[in-house]
Ligand binder design. Sequence first.
Ligand SMILES: Nc1ncnc2c1ncn2[C@@H]1O[C@H](COP(=O)(O)OP(=O)(O)OP(=O)(O)O)[C@@H](O)[C@H]1O
Length: 616
Amino acid sequence: MRGGPGLALVTAAVGRQPRLLAAGISAGLLWTGTKLAAPLLVARTIDAGVLGGDSGQLWLGVALFTGLAVVGAGFAGLRRYFGQSLAFVVEADLRDRLLARMVRLPAAYHDRYPSGVLLARVTTDLQQVQQPLINIPIMVSNVAMLVGTAILLAWIDPVLAVVALAPAVAVFAVAVRFTRQLGPRALALQSELGVLAGIVEESIAGVRTTKGLGTEDDERRRVRDQAGQVQRAALRLSSVRATYLPLVELLPAFGLVGVLWIGGLRVAHGALTVGELVQFSYFGLIIVGPLRIAGMTASQLKRSAVSARLIAAVLDEQPEPTAIEPTASAGSPATTASAAPPAGSGGGLEVRFEGVTFGYAPERHVLRELDLVVPAGTCVAVVGATGSGKTTLAALVPRFYDVDAGRIHVGGRDVRDWSLTELRAQLGLGFEDAFLFSGTIRDNLRFGAPTADDDQLRAAVRLAGAQDVVAGRPGGCDAPVGERGLGLSGGQRQRLSLARALVTDPPVLLLDSPTSAVDPAKEAEIVASLATVIRGRTTILIAHRPAVIALADQVVLLEGGRVAATGTHQELLASSPYYRQVLATQPDGPVSPDGPAGPDGPDPEAPARRDALVTP
Ligand SMILES: Nc1ncnc2c1ncn2[C@@H]1O[C@H](COP(=O)(O)OP(=O)(O)OP(=O)(O)O)[C@@H](O)[C@H]1O
């Protein structure tokens, strides 16, 4: 592996396991000792026992040789065992660090890299890094074997030693050339594998859409095309290996031929005993394995180096600021930590947008100089055409993204002056695509509040109007939820995710289209629950349907990233043609200014809450 952050990463991870490393290397070196002793013993046994006619020496040699073989086999087993243990522990350590970093990376990073690419880092790349680690004790013992053999041979017969060891030098030169050519090809293969993982992941996750649209064959073609790219990249890599590996196989055999030829002449001239010739040949044979492995390891190390570099690049990414590191907000007016009560204190916290400008890409602003005040304890519905920036506006409050200009205050404090953990503890988030994890309903409800007791869970479920979802499943809270909550209907998922958001009793709620996945009858139930849920909290409610919008004290109409109009639902219906147009594109269609705001009519408490409104 060449230097750089990848090597530093793997070296440090291996260095954190000194005992396994030492045990593996010790077993490897002891194995080498048994291997090097065998030819010496053979020479002695042949010269003294066979040619010298000393049967005692012969039997002793046979017994010692058997013992060495058995002990060597034991050390070979231990060498592999410790090598594998080391590799698995290092792999687990790196996976742990990778996942810890991935979940802490900002949303913008996850926007940039498809999940399949990140999946490849945690699967195929980690495997590539792990593989050569298994061989560390083997590599060390092989190097010791080559060095030991060189010393012993030079001591017995320097000329013959040169003949026996010349292939080792040639194999090394071949390996260096071979490794250089492998680098770019290994990188290309890893990146094609990453793309393939992304496509496969998308195909499996989107299988229902594929079925619905009848595009199974297209999807299959997409996977097959990318698999073809992987195959071509793998073949380009293999062709380099196929060119060089025969050389790696052949060169050591030339060494053996040279030893037999020149050694045979030296025996004939009395310069070498038969035992010593056998000994040389034996040494020539035992270094063939290490030399061949060296050639193959070179290719493995190259792929591993590429993967290690890719993993190191993820670990080098700057994570979101941690719990104890609020980010200083540029030009923020003096704000006080005491302005914000802790989560669960009730009453809500004011949320204020001041001149907020934001875009996902530079100079492509989604929100432009947006001003909005949501007074503590009130509900604002954000309405706008698709793509007008509603979800983006909500995503800026928990700092999934940071504003380009302006500021956002929660509880009188710039969001960049909160620690992220503290800030997010004030917020209950309900996303449009409610995501549930595999596990039980209880596991999901406790996801953000692991210490919540059953009474708290029951209260949150009741508030979210999700009692029937829990009661309707065998085992209630212990009922399993399939992967991504796919065992539940969209509406059931939305209500459970709302309950999850409420378990911590957050003072601020950010709810994105909370009824988008349900029919009108279910919507009526959810709206009734929401009327209770938002009481006493500050709520930003992204809404499309009149029944939901009517829950709000104030409606904010977004157009082109700016606030186009504010007022109550009825006021905007009466005064804003654009508002009527936006609602007309929603499934429920427009609602007359005089018509009922929701299934139960307008919220009777809304006017009282509206009185508390403060305009920006
Ligand atoms: N992660 C992202 N990366 C780049 N652009 C994005 C990203 N998310 C949204 N956008 C773009 O920002 C704009 C606003 O999107 P946003 O999701 O905020 O709209 P919205 O009003 O919530 O739409 P909808 O009602 O359809 O959910 C759109 O043009 C969208 O393409």
